[in-house]
Design a protein around this ligand. Sequence first.
Ligand code: PLP
Length: 382
Amino acid sequence: MSYSGTTIPGSGESVPFYDLSAMTDQVHDEVMLEWGNLLKSGQFVGGSAVTTFEEQWAEYCGSRFAVGVANGTDALHLVLRARGIGRGHEVIVPANTFVATVEAVVLAGATPRFADVDPDTLLMTPETMAEAATKKTRAVIVVHLYGQMPDMDAMCAAASQLGIELVEDAAQAQGAERGTARAGSFGVAGCFSFYPGKNLGAFGDAGAIVTSDETLNGQLLSLRDHGRGRGGHYDHEMVGTNSRLDAVQAVVLGAKLRRLDGWNTSRRELMSVYRQLLDDGPAELVGQVPGGVSAHHLAVVRVRERADVRAALAAARIGSGIHYPTPCHLMPPYAEFATGRLPVAEAQAAQILSLPLYPHMRPEDVERVCAVVNASAPPDPS
Ligand SMILES: *Cc1c(COP(=O)(O)O)cnc(C)c1O
């Protein structure tokens, strides 16, 4: 069953904002079988299920190594720690991201510097990166918001010109491509979350880091596992933490990885239906960066009369969301790091609206969503 809710004659089926159930059904038998083997093996922490997934994920992303961790926040935080970025250092982050990007910087002991974004794509640009940089800046975290990467050649060139490291927050971009390269493989490290709602999601929390830097890989393996060295179980070389990927989740991720490209293709096809049907209406889809293939994690539009549109969607029993309602520099715990207004990030927060999108959504569901959106407000004059 891919649809929750019951049919009320005349009103049409409800369209949930997101529905995992069909993806879960597709991997159910395979996961149960592999979990059976795992229970017999007793290898619950580490072991072949974890290393097998790590190898597959590194290969998929086009990186030499992948390190499984407990979640995406730890992925970001541990990369910063491994690179020696902490107290007295600044890390540039876009203001309009999920809070975890900024949280990871503060957890590492460093200071976030908020960058504004492009008004069309809502992504950081080489210019907004440079504007946020100071002498204390050591790194930038580029966020592939809603599933798409900015022009990464330009971003990498800008970071190297500033003499700072580029880390990718690819939590929303599993499988996104530019040229022949995938998200995560451009920066010194690519950080992924496998939270259940991401394009590749576990049955609980999980995450990973990809890198082609052998030293960094070694440091991350140690950091995620209590700072263990190669000398044995009680050989601790550094202050680490416990942030390991569970074997039960690695099995789920391996099974879902085999379907990820198909699911991303389905998202892309649904997005082209959205693009056709929303044209001329009051809602404008977030712009796409030329030369890339987005993972289409979310279908986000800008709309002036957002409250009216949301009310119309709710009345038609169609789910929607806002990602994210408050830019991070305006959130109470992070306001102390704000250095001024960020006009684009602040303006877009009042207009963005996320429409339903998941691989097993039907084109006719997209048609229903668009019909409600287009009828709910006058077309945008611009
Ligand atoms: C989900 C997400 C994270 C954090 O991942 P968790 O696994 O929930 O810790 C970080 N950054 C972005 C952009 C995300 O969407």
